[in-house]
Design a protein around this ligand. Structure first.
Ligand code: ADP
Ligand code: MG
Length: 449
């Protein structure tokens, strides 16, 4: 056959037909269908196979048949063949992935309990949650690279970071998810320096498909670690791997971090988590008490939500503390116990012996509305307001149940009480006089949270 007139594809087609007559079809399909002819010169045909494994298998099992078929087709032989492992992009990635999985580092300590499905969504965190979901769905593919979730302590940043890791691992169990805190990253780096293993260190991190770094504010002032992180970041970023970080503040406010790092961070998306508002605190307490097998009534939940305001970790801690106190001290979970725990945790000195009467008396003193009127039925504006204020304080300070409050203030039902509490909450935002009244009553009653 004249090689100048025959393309390498034609040639391979002929060889393939000969093999097809000699080999069982499964062997042909498995080993020969994926072969692509690369070149044919100087009586040498070069064939590309998908992997090293293929190459070795064909050489050890089918060399003879292959050579024979080639020499039937190439007339002025003898001709030889050479196999090469194909280097197309997908293939390379597949190989790398397999290799990475085989040498999977032990660093992906993703906490299986932090999932999207148990992350309670509210207006304070929905932006951060949705961005995290988007990144978990198509890591490295969206514009949100890197994604930075920032906000105060105990607001769910670490939870979201792990949720992304879990979600990616669920979809692609073999992907190399590396999750570390910035402190661990630093420690790893310092150890690698000590042991002369910085190359291994970079390899481990640069093999990540998804790099999740918690609390990057702790990179502050660690110049050499930042240097390492900068290179790791660039390498992953350039090869389209996803990076997610958490921080206690907006990236540009991260003092002690190199400007070039910060400007890299700003090429992605930064989303914040805000402290939870009252409704979200209630939702979280309901969920967490259920998770912990604690059956709290709504009044108790609302009481806790009104006093524990900072973050979700505190809310969770309160639930655990209530459980612990009740079981270790063998006490029933009643309002007294809940109040005790809340008082401990807020550090406030309110008296659990305070009564509705004490509150009414105090409100009367300050508003100059008679006690009898406060607990009566009059709808006169100033009286109604003093009554609402008293209801609000009973609810907030002593945690009286809605029905009980209703009963004390002229036999009203619980929805009237809810309305009163809400309306005082709202009015305080605009009415500074009311705000001052509430403040001074709280102070007088020695309740200052
Ligand atoms: P951060 O990293 O922001 O300091 P964490 O993620 O550690 O906060 O959250 C503190 C605790 O509160 C964790 O146990 C977490 O599961 C829980 N938590 C935070 N936000 C939520 C949420 N939206 N829904 C459910 N649990 C939450
Ligand atoms: Mg955290």
């Amino acid at each position: 056959m004249d090689k100048t007139k025959t393309t390498k594809e034609d040639l391979w087609g002929l060889i393939f037909d000969i093999l097809a007559k000699r080999l069982p079809s499964h062997a042909l399909n498995t080993w020969f269908s994926p072969i692509v002819p690369v070149s044919f010169n100087n009586k040498k045909i070069t064939l590309s196979v998908p992997s090293q494994f293929f190459l070795e298998w064909i050489e050890s099992h089918y060399s003879e048949q292959l050579l024979h078929a080639i020499n039937q087709v190439v007339e002025d032989g003898p001709a030889i063949f050479q196999l090469t492992v194909s280097k197309d992009k997908e293939k390379i990635e597949e190989d790398q992935r397999v290799r990475r999985v085989q040498e999977k580092p032990k660093k992906n300590r993703v906490n299986k309990n932090y999932l999207f499905k148990n992350f309670i969504e509210g207006s304070n965190n929905e932006f951060a949650k949705n961005a995290s979901l988007a990144v978990a769905d198509s890591p490295g593919e969206s514009k949100f690279n890197p994604l930075i979730v920032y906000g105060g302590v105990g607001l769910g940043k670490t939870h979201l970071l792990h949720a992304i890791g879990n979600s990616v691992l669920e979809k692609k169990p073999y992907s190399n998810v590396v999750l570390v805190t910035s402190e661990q990253f630093t420690l790893d780096f310092v150890n690698s320096l000590r042991k002369n293993k910085t190359i291994e260190f970079s390899k481990t991190y640069r093999k990540a498909d998804l790099l999740l770094i918690d609390d990057i504010q702790f990179f502050r002032g660690k110049e050499q670690t930042q240097e390492q992180f900068f290179h790791t970041f660039n390498e992953l970023y350039q090869s389209g791997r996803q990076i997610v970080m958490t921080s206690d503040r907006f990236p540009s406010e991260l003092k002690g971090l190199q400007d070039r790092l910060i400007s890299r961070f700003q090429s992605g998306l930064s989303v914040d988590i805000q402290p939870p508002n009252f409704e979200i605190r209630v939702a979280i307490l309901l969920e967490k008490s259920e998770q912990n097998g604690l059956n709290l009534n709504y009044d108790a939940i609302e009481f806790i939500a009104r006093h524990i305001k900072n973050n979700i970790r505190d809310l969770e801690g309160t639930i655990i503390r209530i459980l612990a106190k009740s079981s270790l001290m063998n006490k029933p979970i009643d309002f007294a116990l809940i109040k005790d725990v809340v008082r401990e945790r807020t550090g406030s000195g309110f008296s659990s012996e305070l009564t509705i009467e004490d509150i009414v008396k105090k409100v009367s003193e300050i508003t100059k509305v008679k006690e009898k009127e406060i607990t009566g039925k009059s709808r006169k504006m100033e009286i109604a307001q003093a009554r609402q204020l008293s209801m609000y304080l009973c609810r907030n300070i002593i945690g009286t149940s809605l029905n009980n409050i209703g009963f004390h203030f002229g036999g009203r039902d619980h929805s009237t009480v809810i309305h009163a509490v809400k309306s005082i909450d709202k009015k305080q935002e605009k009415d500074s006089r009311l705000r001052d009244q509430v403040k001074s009553i709280r102070q007088d009653l020695d309740f200052t949270v």
